[in-house]
Design a protein around this ligand. Sequence first.
Ligand SMILES: *Cc1c(COP(=O)(O)O)cnc(C)c1O
Length: 220
Amino acid sequence: MSISENIIKIKSSIPSNVTLVVVTKTQPIEKLMDVYETGHHIFGENKVQEMLDKYGQLPKDIEWHLIGHLQSNKVKFIAPFVTLIHSVDSLKLLQEIDKQAKKNNRVINCLLQIYIAKEETKFGLDFTEAKNLLRSDTLKQLKNIKITGLMGMATNTDNQEQIAGEFQSLKQFFDLHKHSETPNIKLETLSMGMSSDYLISIKNGSTLIRVGSSIFGNRT
Ligand SMILES: *Cc1c(COP(=O)(O)O)cnc(C)c1O
């Protein structure tokens, strides 16, 4: 099937309150234009340099989501235009995002990445660290960032019950912290689910899915 058919198929299989981020990492510009021309303008990249290159070459009404690990020294490059950073995993990183957002006269929306998988390789905060970060006085003073939700990746396994359980644990944490008194925290977005598990994630409360290979085919 073509890229546009795949996008239409995915969109028709998800509820209207769930946002699709098309993960364009490793794909060439032509393929991003194919996506753009279907009318879908929300793209996810996992590397700063690749996002910058593509941002420079594509129409300016694209929403760019950074979904991969972000180093503090690279925040300045994406601060002028990034729509949502999914991968915030420290206060230090948040402080840098705030600083660069301020320079650009913007408020940058961020998700805290929470570690829910039973794997060694994934980045993120555990629940205790996330709770402490959400309660931190330093965070309250950051005027140019807003925590708009949480992101998590389930273990890469065929065990659907395990995947569902991991998503449920994040949904539970999300619900517990939804009603924060802090002005720059408003948890609305729960970014969970990729090609292999987005249907499970939606059943368990996801409001945003990040899908690449189901649209473009397997990355080489
Ligand atoms: C690559 C990537 C995805 C998309 O994965 P697919 O299996 O291709 O859908 C989603 N989220 C993150 C953080 C990724 O790095």
